[in-house]
Design a protein around this ligand. Structure first.
Ligand code: ATP
Ligand code: MG
Length: 338
């Protein structure tokens, strides 16, 4: 049986706080020796105890929770039936394959506040015990890490070193590239070798890593398709991936603002899935507000959620169908209404 982390932690706390030491002081030496022997036996039977306290690249800290991811996508992610299905299939398939041919590469696209970072977080939480706090999950934000176009060459080699170093440290590493649309279009090309079908590069295998790109690029064409469906009286759930996929990869590839501009990642088919995020409607914003209240341990209040949702700006102006900022400003709006 695997020792539960809580048990080991409890023992550790007892030892380090001195409770045990104090407790055995008045007792006879025989008992003290007995306790020491029990402890020694305990530690001997759990030689990997160290791994329970310090995050390591091991199954104790990295193991895929398939049902957890599905439940999170079903219950926590609103209005994204296409994204939910792709993410579930892509991550399940990849994580249950012991010998993937290449790393998993996902590219998430959509308007602001539609759930791109949120989805990355759900994936991380169902793979890494420490979720986004894991030292094996790396987030690169273009404006933060690569702010100056003039230092492009420097960034290129830094980025390669970062990725190589981190994957050498743990093959099950996850890299999230945020704000891809603000990244120098040439920069992403430098990571192409890591995403490709290589057994290994200079002795390092990248095939178990996960790369997630996030961007607003293509968001307008997704929104336009969603609006066309709405105007045609079709339900949102009727929108299929094939209605968006080609449009999306083309608009991303040909958009010189996208960070993917003419990149070989796309024409060499190294992106496994383009994941479109639909613009959110009023009812989804209400769901976000209700979920946020629950997360704050406040009783979800429909009236407050409605007030928050009504406060947002919707597009097109006349029909007010899609929230321009998705669920993005809900948190601060709730502060005001609660
Ligand atoms: N589809 C959704 N379902 C549930 N919650 C959502 C959804 N979209 C957004 N949210 C909520 O709104 C917050 C902000 O969303 P998120 O950071 O994922 O937006 P984004 O798509 O990354 O936007 P941006 O393009 O501005 O970076 C999330 O933390 C989450 O609480
Ligand atoms: Mg984001």
């Amino acid at each position: 049986m695997k020792p539960r982390r809580q048990h080991v932690l409890l023992l550790w706390l007892l030892l380090s706080s001195g409770v045990l030491t104090e407790a055995i002081e008045p007792i006879s030496t025989t008992i003290a020796v007995g306790v020491a022997a029990t402890l020694t036996a305990f530690i001997a039977s759990y030689p990997n105890m160290f791994f329970y306290f310090h995050e390591c690249c091991r199954p104790e800290w990295i193991s895929f929770n398939r049902t957890g991811l599905q439940a999170d996508l079903d219950k926590k992610l609103f209005g994204q039936h296409i994204a939910s299905r792709i993410i579930s299939k892509a991550v399940n398939g990849f994580m249950t394959n012991n010998n993937p041919k290449k790393p998993l590469v996902l590219s998430l696209h959509g308007w602001t506040g539609t759930g791109k970072n949120f989805i990355s977080k759900l994936i991380a939480e169902n793979i890494y015990e420490k979720g986004m706090q894991s030292s094996f999950v790396h987030v690169f934000t273009s404006t933060l890490h690569f702010p100056h176009q003039s230092q492009f060459l420097e960034y290129k080699s830094q980025l390669q070193q970062w990725i190589k170093g981190n994957v050498t440290n743990c093959e099950r590493s996850m890299f999230i590239f945020d704000e891809m649309d603000k990244m120098h279009p040439g920069l992403i090309d430098c990571i192409k070798p890591y995403l490709d079908y290589y057994d290994n590069l200079e002795g390092v295998s990248y095939r178990k890593a996960i790369f997630v790109f996030l961007s607003n690029a293509g968001g307008d064409s997704i929104a336009q398709t969603a609006l066309d469906f709405w105007k045609g009286g079709q339900s949102r759930e009727e929108i299929k991936l094939k209605d968006l996929e080609t449009l999306l990869s083309l608009s991303v590839f040909n958009n010189n603002q996208s960070g993917f501009f003419r990149t070989s990642l796309i024409d060499k088919n190294l992106v496994d899935f383009f994941v479109p995020l639909l613009p959110l409607e009023y009812k989804h914003v209400v769901q976000c507000a209700m979920a946020e209240m629950e997360a704050r341990d406040t009783k979800p209040n429909q009236h407050v959620a409605d007030m928050v949702a009504k406060d947002l700006i919707y597009f097109p102006k006349a029909e007010r169908v899609f929230s321009v900022k998705g669920c993005k400003t809900i948190e601060s709006k709730l502060d005001y209404y609660l």
